[in-house]
Design a protein around this ligand. Structure first.
Ligand SMILES: [Zn+2]
Length: 397
């Protein structure tokens, strides 16, 4: 945390930026002197490349016009103002030269779904889940087809741009889809709804080309830190100093713990560790291999139907007696439940995406087998040929 502002109005941007810039330029010119594990000394310099902020904070940081002013878009020369209707021909993009000439340098330099009727109170993560996972299936048949098709373009693009790695071809596809979305959006919903956020979608792929997937420049981590800071005070007295004190205490605790906890005292050590890492509790599970953990001590053998036995033979090459039956297990950190696991009502962790490209719930019963020799999640569906690996790797799930 570099700054905390408490007060009825907005802070002067210099109050926030000056100390940050001083430190940033020091990191740029002098860098950090450090030693690696072999004792070699390094100097690493840190350069500020990009700053993630919302559209309200951005003009403050850059000393430019706000988005609801005329020509308020930082990417292009859209006249803008209150609304940003789709313009044809598209407004020319701002370029480096233009930016340069106009720079005015400052003196220094996780939840379950909530009802749609409560959407006013939804958090950003709830909107994200709605957009990426819920909207298309639940609105099918409710939203008129042409509106649903339009929404599909948005979901498709954002999903694409959020992947861990994105192929250039996929970025281009997302770009086309987003442009189509914006053009159709105006036709479907009217010019009055062409807000700045809709307009920004026409520039989103450019940002991905420069800076990587959308998650890499997301403001979510910062927003979630805000939530943490809100838990750092009680009452209404001395709020800033309460927050600052607790923040510093949490930051210093691991270092203090290192010096005060006796080296053999693993109980206290793991207690302190747990304060910082909120992991799913895995202390009661069996570690089957590096990536697979099974929960609850399994019954030795269950009555296993012939088709399932065949699937296991196919997977493991033989049908030894050393397989176990787990109704709850983790594969690479992802939790799966078998259909027979009924202790959790609000979740469904039993669907898997099969190697042959099918999303199937038939697999549920079979997916709860983990054999000693299985090194990765390798579901086999009996009666179907699962051998065509990655045939659908390029397609949407
Ligand atoms: Zn623009």
């Amino acid at each position: 945390m570099s700054a905390l502002w408490f007060g009825p109005g907005k802070p002067s941007i210099f109050t926030l930026l000056t100390p940050f810039l001083k430190e940033a330029s020091l990191l740029e010119t002098e860098g950090v002197d450090w030693q690696d594990i072999e004792g070699n000394r390094h100097v690493s310099k840190v350069y500020v490349l990009i700053c993630s902020s919302d559209s309200v904070a951005q003009p403050l940081l850059r000393n430019t016009k706000q988005f609801n002013g005329f020509y308020g878009c930082d990417f292009c020369y859209h006249k803008g103002g209150k609304t940003y209707p789709y313009d044809r021909p598209e407004p020319p993009l701002r370029n480096e030269k233009d930016h340069f000439e106009k720079i005015k340098p400052p003196v220094e330099i996780t939840r379950t779904p909530r009802s749609l009727s409560e959407r006013k109170f939804w958090k950003a993560s709830e909107w994200r889940a709605f957009l990426l996972f819920y909207a298309l299936p639940i609105l099918k048949g409710i939203l008129p087809v042409r509106f649903w098709n339009n929404l599909f373009l948005l979901v498709f693009s954002i999903y694409t741009l959020l992947q861990d790695t994105i192929k250039t071809r996929s970025i281009l596809m997302a770009e086309v889809a987003l442009k189509k979305f914006v053009i159709e959006f105006q036709r479907l919903y009217g010019k009055n709804h062409m807000t700045f956020n809709i307009h920004l979608l026409t520039h989103v792929t450019q940002s991905v080309k420069h800076w990587g997937p959308l998650w890499a420049t997301s403001t979510f981590p910062f927003e979630s830190n805000m939530g943490t800071l809100l838990k750092y005070f009680h009452g209404t007295q001395y709020v800033p100093s309460q927050i600052a004190r607790k923040f510093l205490m949490w930051r210093e605790l691991p270092e203090k713990a290192k010096h005060t906890i006796a080296s053999g005292n693993t109980k206290v050590q793991s207690f302190v560790e747990k304060l910082y890492v909120s992991k799913r509790r895995t202390d009661k599970c069996d570690t089957l291999n590096k990536s697979i953990k099974g929960f609850d001590h399994p019954p030795l053998q269950e009555n296993i139907p012939a088709s399932h036995r065949l699937a296991i033979v196919k997977l493991c090459g033989n049908l030894s007696n050393c397989f176990w039956y787990y109704s709850r297990f983790l594969v690479d950190g992802a939790l799966y439940h078998s259909q027979t696991y009924d202790r959790i009502k609000k979740r469904f962790n039993s669907a898997v995406y099969l190697k042959d490209g099918q999303l199937d719930s038939q697999i549920n019963v079979q997916s709860d087998f983990i054999h000693e020799s299985v090194t990765a999640m390798n579901c086999v569906q009996s009666g179907r040929d699962p051998d065509e690996d990655d045939k659908h790797a390029d397609e949407l799930p």
